[in-house]
Design a protein around this ligand. Structure first.
Ligand code: NAI
Length: 325
């Protein structure tokens, strides 16, 4: 049998993890032949709930689940890991300013960055889901100086998937037909769902749909505010779809995308004049366990304006947590 992969998951008692953990244990990240050990981190007051989830995992009799660890200590959670899902974060509570939210989370990700630095395998693949995801990932990287920054990413895949379904239904296409689509920037309402390069069946998606007004005035805001629409309808924030997007993000990174673009928030190298070090959603192609940023694109005025807005917001967030960087 293969040596199990160790996967850390933070916020294990939360609602996203209630969907995520079962899919990881089923084999949806590494595939049907790879055993996994789940290393689950949450706050001390949530550990009983995590143990309850572990009882349910046991009751699934997953053939690939080779073990579980339950802990409130980040170093224990990140010891020898091959991958990590950073889902846990401090939610916004009533009356909390955006700046307070940023700094409360910054502190969490500072501590976890130090633990990652100390305990994880150097090639562990990390995705931050907990909001504000991009900036949390940047703080994680800044506090793990001996851990490769390239291996720290944030999730913008839910926004990507949301847009694909809207495009496919508008154009009567299959979601898999759509290529070269990307969501740029921050996982926040400023994100930029960009169809400029998108194609389906050899044609430009914008020509197939032929409705620029729909794209600008319906699609873009609809994707940006979908999270709020789910809360409104469900009375709780998206959980199973967020878990699914996290699985897609990690699956593609590990297994490759066969030349296809996917959206990942990754450390900026200065490409497209995005300030270096920001964690920014951009198009990547994954191959052999690595991602490559899509280069050589040129932007029209609308793209430049949309990029400036979302990148500007990421710079403001960086400014707000500058003392922890
Ligand atoms: P939840 O509130 O149900 O669960 C969060 C869990 O994290 C709780 O069990 C809590 O105890 C734990 N936690 C808090 N601080 C922690 C720490 N320092 N260490 C370990 N665990 C800690 O939240 P839910 O619905 O599972 O969402 C989790 C996060 O994912 C939220 O920040 C949410 O905004 C974000 N999210 C991100 C999306 C994206 O597209 N990037 C999409 C949907 C949600």
């Amino acid at each position: 049998a293969q040596t199990p992969k160790r996967i850390a998951v933070t916020g294990a008692a939360g609602q996203i993890c209630y969907a995520l953990l079962f899919r990881i244990a089923k084999g949806d990240v590494y595939g049907p032949d790879q055993p996994v050990i789940l290393q689950l981190l949450d706050l001390p007051q949530a550990l009983d709930a995590v143990r309850g989830v572990v009882m349910e995992l046991e009751d699934c009799a997953f053939p690939l689940l080779a073990g579980t660890v339950v802990t409130d200590d980040p170093v224990t959670a990140f010891t020898d890991i091959d991958a990590a899902f950073f889902v846990g974060s401090r939610p916004r509570t009533k009356g909390m300013e955006r700046r307070d939210l940023l700094s409360a989370n910054a502190e969490i990700f500072r501590v976890q960055g130090e633990a990652l630095d100390k305990a994880a395998k150097r090639d562990a693949q990390c995705v931050v889901v907990g909001n504000p995801a991009n900036t949390n990932a940047m703080i994680l990287a800044a506090n793990a100086p001996n851990f490769p920054t390239e291996n720290i990413t944030a999730m913008i895949r839910l926004d990507h998937n949301r847009a694909l379904t809207q495009f496919a239904s508008k154009a009567d296409l299959h979601v898999d037909d759509i290529e070269r689509f990307v969501v740029w920037g921050n996982h926040s309402p400023t994100m930029f769902a960009d169809w400029t390069e998108a194609e389906a069946k050899g044609r430009k998606l914008s020509e197939i749909i032929g409705d620029e007004t729909w794209y600008r005035e319906t699609l873009i805001p609809q994707v940006a505010t979908r999270g709020a629409a789910i809360i409104e309808a469900r009375g709780a924030s998206s959980a199973a779809s967020a878990a699914n997007a996290a699985i897609d993000h990690m699956y593609d990174w590990i297994h490759g995308t066969d030349g296809k673009w996917v959206s990942m928030a990754v450390p900026s190298t200065g490409l497209y004049d995005i300030p270096e070090g920001l964690m920014v959603g951009l198009p990547v192609i994954c191959k052999d366990g690595h991602y490559e940023r899509v280069e050589g694109l040129e932007f029209n005025d609308f793209q430049k304006e949309m990029m400036a807005r979302t990148v500007g917001e990421l710079e403001e967030e960086r400014e707000a947590v500058s003392d922890l960087l």
